[in-house]
Design a protein around this ligand. Structure first.
Ligand SMILES: O=C(CO)COP(=O)(O)O
Length: 272
């Protein structure tokens, strides 16, 4: 998945959802079918190939669902992601290799989500190994960064930039191959997202500090109504509030409007 050329303001917008471990197997399949309908209802998402679309959609279900997800989404522009990967192949019992993910049709993989850092002890060294392993199999790392506690925008951005440098060993070429998800840990699983003013300030500072551009999206209790308030963001990484696929549709409409790709009247009237 090429991520070049993205920039806040006029570049590609990314809108994606991780279901984390919230949905069971059958519920995941039902949700994926609903996502498929939501995307099919919006031809603006598929006007070009997935690579060229002004709005790229991705879904990240649990590992056991990936194979079926690929079938459900076949022929749609939705990109498939995984929630984690191992740092290599071979004797790593219970892990999933980036090579197998690539075989399954996965194109991006979450690395360093706050829940993995906090609850599974994944430190910067582990995150860095996983980033390189993913890139080695042509997967795009969706690197999750974010300050654990509430900080001012400057300190939060410094924290995030250190996380990016740690994950890439300061390799700017590697950094440019990432999609970055800024997810302040204190805003994950909350009632409300982080205040837009904070998010915009942090994203702008991160962008200024990192040399080559890569997409920089926001996650943490995100839902409809947020994206238009985040001019500094290249999109949203949704969680719980997209379990209702209609909410994903609303966010996609907002993204399409921001990129001025009008949905036909028939599809917009059907979701009012
Ligand atoms: O962590 C997130 C996405 O990976 C955000 O999840 P919530 O939107 O449920 O807070």
């Amino acid at each position: 998945m090429s991520t070049s050329g993205s920039s806040a303001g006029n570049g590609t917008l990314y809108v994606g959802v991780s279901t984390k471990m919230y949905l069971g197997y059958q519920a995941s399949l039902r949700w994926l079918s609903e996502v498929r309908s939501v995307v099919d209802d919006r031809p603006g998402l598929a006007m070009n190939s997935a690579e060229d679309s002004p709005v790229r959609v991705f879904v990240i279900p649990s590992f056991p669902v990936l194979d079926q997800a690929k079938r459900i989404l076949a022929g749609s522009p939705v990109l498939l992601g995984a929630q984690n990967c191992a740092w290599g192949d071979g004797p790593l019992t219970g892990e999933v290799s980036p090579g197998m993910l690539a075989e399954l049709g996965v194109s991006l993989v979450e690395i360093g989500h706050a829940e993995r850092r906090r609850q599974f002890g994944e430190d910067d060294a582990v995150v860095a190994r996983k980033v390189r392993a993913a890139v080695g199999h042509s997967l795009t790392p969706l690197l999750c960064i974010g300050e654990p506690d509430r900080l001012d925008a400057g300190a939060a951005a410094d924290f995030c930039v250190r996380q990016v440098h740690a994950a890439t060993g300061g390799d700017s070429t590697l950094a440019s191959s990432l999609v970055l998800a800024y997810e302040p840990v204190w805003a994950i699983g909350a009632q409300e997202p982080a205040p837009p003013q904070h998010v915009n300030a942090v994203l702008s500072r991160i962008r200024a500090a990192l040399g080559p551009r890569c997409p920089l999206i926001y996650g943490g209790s995100a839902g409809p109504g947020l994206l238009p308030q985040l001019p500094a963001a290249d999109g949203l990484f949704l969680g719980r509030f997209a379990h209702d696929a209609a909410n994903l549709g609303r966010v996609l409409d907002e993204a399409l409007l921001l990129r001025q790709t009008e949905a036909p009247a028939s599809s917009s009237s059907s979701r009012s």
